[in-house]
Write a protein that binds this ligand. Structure first.
Ligand code: ADP
Ligand code: MG
Length: 701
């Protein structure tokens, strides 16, 4: 056979014919020698201890190792099925070994009456100790230097039956490692290896597959994790550098009359210092010749909308158009109403575009957008349609960006020849580790302060049996002039069920809160816009005291007089959704409450969510808990996490490595933004070969 390389397809490996190669490709997704090296064990078995049969504890479920002899072997027929059965004996006793699946070849290969090591899980079967499908090795052939930690690879039974078992995989990987050692090149620079105390790449591969001891295994894992997150973050950081150095932006040189007049005479309240700080950061971006791509994070109620408005005024001062997107019609309509009222003394034209905009109105909006007569457009996804063309759009704001994907953001880029500045706002905080990995191509501003006088929302959980008391509490709150939400979950599988749940709830609430003393609004996704607006407005104006709704009111809705949020079947909601819903109250000066109605039996995960909600109001803590419960993939959605899967690093458990690597990259790119220094050549070469096509841009060539 010719010399192997990392790219050699696996069918050229010794002992791997086309048939086995095909199975491995389709089941394990391994195509080349390199893929095999990157097929890391998912656990290791400690074979350093040898047990005696007499020491076996009946309830033991771990895999153990025994040393002795197989003294008898025969086929048995059990319920018409053949099984292979053997007797194993050591100095202290006997157990039975059983194989339910085997070949003649396998049967003949079992060593009889010689010293062997067997390894597997013990079961008790008809009062007899048995071990099913044990691994059997002749004692004389065991290489004790290497057995301390035995790798276990994930594998499917289907291919195991065809001979691709653990032993086979280990053999192949060992062969590849032996032959390709010299081709596993270092991909870090000397200083990085030294500063971060990394073992060499070859060593890491050797130890991750065949660890000589725990300490070396840990070093190998550290190195491989570091490398994995490093190159991913490097891609994002280079992308950001590329954007800043290559993609032009429209500078807003002027802070003019619109901004200044509003700031001095029309602000409805003094800004918090956190709001001032982020406005400064944004203004700084907008002065430059570079497109802004900024993420504005601020917990629910921190006051992001006014920041967005001030930014749009900066666009007006410089004679440009601006637009703002929100995920739901209710939310954007509310933004529209409040912005129109705040800007009523200004000669700025503002329109609203949603799915329910009439075609005559649309036509007018499209015309005015293209002629430049329209200054600010607010809307839902409808804004993203190709038909929507601006004369000179230079600022696009996306509210509640977690509801939008990267793809939608990139559609906004294309709405102007020079891409508009982009400000995405989110109340769903992104845990730091995720921000440092998946989002590191954005600049981040944080509003880390709530407007003065806000009291933390008190959160409780209650069972159905407490319902009367809950209703009593709600009545007290209404008596002192407050308003209340009752929210029902959306169950994705069945719209009919949702509707029924909601309507049943509505009926029982109107029974317990009868007219004319109480007025109840209802809002859900199936209502037409006119009815929905009508109901929303009644609640907003305080004509109704109770709002019964589905999660359509989840994001953004702002009724500061509402102080109680009752969430029905709270166990069915995700954490960030619960947090968003809770954010609908506590928006004024009064003490607010969130009541989570739950069933008595909850899954451990649901329990964790409910308890987290009761424990903290802090969006960042909630985001961390959410990450812990659901994992990063689920939080980001495929759109954002889909471009890379991590093999070894766990963004949750390996937070430290994530930050170390990020600071390493910041240093690296500060000194050598295009990776042109000789010492950084290994990094550059490896990145180009393995990562470049995974990212949209790159400034290195
Ligand atoms: P979010 O960040 O959740 O979008 P909003 O922008 O909707 O928050 O603001 C929440 C509420 O707080 C609104 O009623 C808004 O008018 C009010 N608000 C915002 N900033 C301040 C401030 N600096 N002082 C007092 N109230 C404020
Ligand atoms: Mg908001």
């Amino acid at each position: 056979m010719d010399e192997l390389s990392l790219n050699t397809p696996i069918e050229y490996l010794n002992g791997l014919g086309t048939e086995k190669a095909k199975l491995i490709k389709s089941h394990l997704n391994i195509y080349t020698c390199e893929d095999f090296l990157n097929y890391f064990p998912f656990r290791y078995i400690d074979k350093s201890k040898i047990y005696l049969v007499s020491q076996i504890n009946n309830s033991s479920t771990i895999e153990i190792q025994l040393k002795g002899r197989i003294i008898d072997i025969k086929e048995k027929v059990l319920k018409k099925r053949k099984t292979l059965s053997a007797i194993f004996e050591d100095s202290s006793g006997k157990i039975e070994l059983v194989w339910f699946k085997y070949t003649n070849w396998f049967m003949d290969s079992i060593p009889l009456n010689v010293e062997v090591l067997i390894f597997g899980k013990i079961n008790k079967f008809n009062g007899l100790l048995t071990m099913a499908h044990p691994e059997v090795e002749k004692f004389s052939e065991v290489n004790f230097k290497n057995v301390a930690l035995d790798p276990v690879y994930s594998n499917s039974l289907k291919i195991q039956k065809r001979g691709i078992n653990q032993r086979f995989i280990k053999k192949i990987i060992k062969e590849i490692l032996d032959k390709l050692k010299s081709k596993i090149f270092e991909n870090f620079s000397e200083p990085i290896i030294k500063n971060f105390r990394l073992i060499s790449r070859v060593e890491a591969y050797q130890e991750i597959h065949f660890p000589t001891n725990y300490i070396n295994l840990q070093k190998a894992e550290y190195r491989i994790k570091f490398e994995e997150i490093f190159f991913f973050q490097l891609g994002l950081s280079l992308q950001k550098l590329y954007r800043k150095s290559t993609i032009p932006g429209t500078p807003f040189p002027k802070v003019g009359n619109y901004f200044n007049n509003f700031y001095t005479n029309h602000l409805p309240f003094p800004l918090t210092s956190a709001q001032k700080k982020v406005i400064k950061e944004i203004r700084n971006d907008l002065k430059k010749n570079v497109q802004m791509n900024r993420l504005l994070q601020g917990d629910v109620g921190s006051g992001k909308t006014i920041v967005a408005l001030l930014c749009m005024l900066l666009a007006m001062d410089n004679n440009f158009q601006a637009c703002m997107l929100a995920p739901t019609e209710i939310l954007i309509t509310q933004h529209y109403n409040s912005i129109v009222s705040l800007l009523k003394d200004f000669d700025i034209t503002i329109e609203l575009l949603t799915g329910s905009t009439t075609s005559a109105k649309r036509k007018q909006i499209f015309n005015d957008l293209e002629s430049g007569k329209l200054n600010i457009l607010l809307g839902t996804h409808a804004i993203l349609e190709d038909k929507v063309k601006f004369k000179k759009l230079s600022l696009a704001i996306v509210d509640e960006q977690h509801r939008f994907g990267v793809e939608q953001r990139s559609k906004l880029w294309k709405k102007n020849t020079i891409p508009p500045h982009i400000l995405v706002m989110t109340a769903t905080p992104i845990p730091r580790t995720l921000a440092m990995s998946y989002y590191s191509d954005l600049d981040v501003s944080i509003i880390d302060e709530l407007p003065q006088g806000r009291k933390p929302i008190k959160t409780f959980y209650k069972m159905d049996s407490d319902r009367l008391a809950v209703f009593g509490f709600v009545k007290e709150q209404i008596k002192i002039g407050r308003q209340v939400y009752f929210v029902y979950p959306l169950i994705e599988e069945s719209e009919v069920l949702n509707y029924k749940d909601l309507m049943d709830g509505y009926e029982s609430i109107t029974r317990s809160f009868p007219m004319p003393e109480y007025q109840v609004s209802i809002v859900h996704g199936k209502m037409n816009k006119i009815d929905r607006d009508f109901e929303m407005n009644r609640f907003l104006n305080g004509e109704t005291q109770i709002m019964v709704a589905t999660t359509v009111i989840e994001v953004g809705v702002n009724v500061p007089n509402a102080t109680v949020m009752v969430i029905e079947s709270a166990e069915k909601f995700g954490l960030s959704q619960l947090h968003q819903l809770r954010g609908r109250v506590g928006r004024g000066f009064d003490q607010s409450y969130c009541i989570l109605m739950i069933k008595s039996e909850l899954s451990p995960e649901a329990q964790k969510r409910i308890l987290t909600m009761c424990e903290t109001n802090d969006g960042f803590k909630i985001a961390e808990a959410d990450l812990e419960i659901r994992g990063p993939g689920n939080i980001l959605g495929t759109q954002q996490s889909g471009n890379i899967e991590f093999k070894k690093i766990n963004l949750l458990q390996d937070k430290d490595i994530v930050s170390l690597s990020k600071s390493c990259i910041d240093h690296l790119l500060l000194e050598d933004p295009k990776l042109q220094l000789i010492k950084n050549e290994p990094i550059k070469n490896f990145f180009i070969k393995n990562y470049k096509n995974k990212f949209q841009w790159s400034i290195i060539s």
